[in-house]
Design a protein around this ligand. Sequence first.
Ligand SMILES: [Zn+2]
Length: 85
Amino acid sequence: MKNGTCPKCGSESIYCGDKIPLKNGPFGSNSIPVSILSMAALDNYVCTDCGYIESYIAEKDKLKEIVESWRSLRTTETNDETGSE
Ligand SMILES: [Zn+2]
């Protein structure tokens, strides 16, 4: 999606809302809770042909917070994805 092509319909009519104001504003209308005191703003990518949306965390610092505080789905048994490339 970030490369400008819709993964669902193949359209190249992709629009990115990363510059819109208030995405991290008082209403939290375009953000997700990371912890009780922390919200992460999202950048939305929309395909204007089929309406598909992808959302990405806008700030790298929030990704670090998630690594530190969220539950990983990767178990210790299957932790073999790193270093394979
Ligand atoms: Zn599409």
